[in-house]
Design a protein around this ligand. Structure first.
Ligand code: S3P
Length: 437
């Protein structure tokens, strides 16, 4: 069984799973939740959001919006947002704390450069190390008065702009956060702003705002202008596919297991993890699909499967960037050599994820080769009790919790509490569907 440890730098112990059976519904997708909140805040009326993410990251967005004068009330599983209307935000009395959340810092920057007041965005130790030049460069091209620290990190200081302009911008790093920040600024002008991508990234901003997206010569072009400025509505936030991927991999690799995950996001820019696991031999069935505000979701069924490592196409990397830690865990219990390349971006996530993953794989007894843009390993995991480190990163914490639950002698995860960033209910969900030997 699983018990909980002390609160700070919590060490969580896991024993091996005997089987996983049953049904779960997960809190709303983190990326969609941030966007539903920000777009609702911009409107001139009341929006209602159902099944929002209960993670600390989304809480950071709620807190920042409240500081910007937005009235947000919470009742059971419903959030009500009273929008402030076009440029109706108020100057915050203090700096805006984005905590650990890159999405909060980057999307809000896109909104704030278009306001008539100054603001300052700060974050925790991890967020303060993450690159912001990719954000400030295009926002400056739009006329934004946005300044980061000398090493291009937080804090970010924003001053009211004299005049802003629309841009046509080709992303040099595939990033939905940067794309969204620019498209959000673009909502304040009559002239259309266009973002050009050569590799597809998550498209929640485009779907929720119903933006025009065209494909031209292998490029994807998304456009925003004032005609797409949001109006109030009802949102249902589908369950988080990234949170679901931990349960998917745990069920695939445990004996006699079958689970149904209900109402999970099936947005095609997010389901690369399902496709990749299927290529490895996973039994994952999509048993229903529906839409809410153009976002596809449905129920999926996952059964115990024997997995084989296969090639990972570089084109899908941005579509499963957040799932690479758990995909690696699947790879560690699959037959054959696991190799992933073209994912240098992992080095600038909530932790230096290539290092965090390689460290934990070595703890599990693998002989790992680390590359600048990825890593590879093969063999079987050690049968000793394993002591993993989360490096304060929620996805590393959940991935190596699953690793522990698949290991003969179980394992422990140090700094387990980082799961609260995206899924505070992780342990409760595990205890509701897993049987332990
Ligand atoms: C996100 C985009 C991705 C992803 C992050 C959430 C978003 O980041 O890793 O967890 O909501 O737009 P990048 O834009 O840095 O790739």
């Amino acid at each position: 069984m699983i018990g909980s440890g002390s609160k700070s730098k919590m060490v969580q112990k896991f024993t091996k799973i005997k089987s996983i059976q049953g049904e779960i519904s997960l809190p709303g997708d983190k990326s969609i939740s941030h966007r539903a909140l920000i777009f609702s805040a911009m409107t001139a009326g009341e929006s209602v959001i159902e099944n929002i993410s209960d993670g600390i990251d989304v809480r950071s967005t709620i807190n920042c919006l409240r500081q910007l004068g937005v009235n947000i009330s919470e009742e059971n599983n419903l959030i009500k947002v009273q929008g402030v209307g076009y440029k109706g935000f108020k100057q915050p009395a203090t700096q805006l704390d984005c905590g650990n959340s890159g999405t909060t810092a980057r999307l809000l920057s896109g909104l704030l450069i278009a306001q008539n007041f100054g603001s300052k965005l700060v974050g925790d130790e991890s967020l303060t190390k993450r690159p912001m030049k990719r954000l400030t460069d295009p926002l400056k091209l739009m006329g934004g008065k946005i300044f980061s620290a000398a090493n291009h990190t937080l804090p970010i200081i924003i001053k009211p702009a004299n005049e802003l302009k629309a841009i046509n911008y080709e992303l040099n790093v595939p990033s939905a956060q940067i794309k969204s920040a620019i498209l959000i600024t673009g909502l304040h002008y009559e002239v259309e702003t266009s973002i050009i991508e050569s590799v597809i990234t998550r498209d929640h901003t485009e779907r929720l705002l119903d933006l025009e997206v065209i494909k031209e010569n292998e490029k994807i072009i998304s456009k925003s202008s004032i005609k797409n400025y949001p109006s109030s509505k009802k949102y249902f936030v589908p369950g988080d596919i990234s949170s679901a991927s931990f349960f998917i991999v745990a069920a695939l690799l445990s004996n006699n297991s079958e689970i149904k995950i209900k109402n999970v996001s099936l947005n095609p820019t997010r389901t690369a993890i399902i496709e990749q696991l299927r290529k490895m031999g996973a039994h994952i069935e999509i048993i229903s699909n529906k839409f809410s505000n153009k976002e596809e979701y449905g129920d999926i069924l996952v059964r115990s499967s024997k997995l084989q490592n296969v090639h990972i196409d570089q084109k899908i990397i941005p579509s499963l960037i957040d799932e690479i830690p758990i995909l690696t865990v699947a790879g560690a219990f699959a037959e054959g050599k696991f190799e992933i390349r073209n994912c240098k971006e992992l080095r600038v996530k909530e932790s230096e994820r290539i290092k965090s993953i390689c460290y934990n794989l070595r703890i599990a007894g693998f002989d790992v080769v680390e590359y600048e843009d990825g890593f590879s390993f093969e063999g079987r995991p050690s049968s000793k009790e394993l002591v993993f480190d989360s490096f304060g990163d929620h996805r590393i914490s959940m991935s190596f919790s699953v690793f522990s639950m698949l290991s003969e002698k179980g394992g422990v995860v140090k700094g387990f509490e980082s799961v609260n960033i995206s899924n505070p209910g992780f342990l409760t969900q595990i205890n509701s569907i897993c049987k332990f030997s």
